[in-house]
Design a protein around this ligand. Sequence first.
Ligand SMILES: [Zn+2]
Length: 247
Amino acid sequence: MEVLRSKLFSQYQQIVFGMSTRNGGVSAPPYDLNLSISVGDDPDNVRKNRDRFFGELNIDLSRIAFPLQVHSSNVQYVEKPGRYLRTDGLTTDVKELFIVITVADCLPVFLFDPKHNVIAGVHAGWKGSSQHITGEMVRFMTDRWNTNPSDIIAYLGPSAGNCCYEVGEEVANLFQADFVRYHHNGKYLLDIPGVNRAQLITAGVRNRNIEHKNECTICNSGRYHSYRRDGKKSGRMMGVMGMRVEF
Ligand SMILES: [Zn+2]
């Protein structure tokens, strides 16, 4: 089982954090370690995969909160486990509540305010990124808890990178020129992590408090699921974050 950890989050004993890869599951290829029940994989295998991944992190599956992601810029506060409709970002100050973000190319963003003990998870594809969902989450935390953005610790997970992530002109036009470059055949390469990092910096997050797992899901086929690469038969990875009561 290959689970990605965060150097910055690991400095805080109360934080539990992990990001799955495609390695270490029981499903047949191309699913491997797939954690989604809605992509055509055998549900029994998905259950086993989930038990492995969350078991590795000592997380009780009954304590998970996850957004039913719709590529929006909607973010919300949660205090209970469960599934949350029409949202792409969750934040909580409740201990032993674990926020899950599901991805295969989209960027998973996790935030921690150590002063107020608040965590957040964001699902940022091109749509959510174009609507500033990551900046929106920082603003939400500031409004609700008086979070100072300069205290925030951020983790950007693996995602489609600017080496591979082709978009058409209409999508490219939604972003500042710094984050798109012309590729070929009327297609552009988009830098989704760059867009979200810029949203954090603009919001007041310090560059040194941002960790980026700078690996592209599309070209690292041995390690990551990618919807762009594998299409409908692509598995899904999950990132999860929570705070322990005792540690
Ligand atoms: Zn790539």
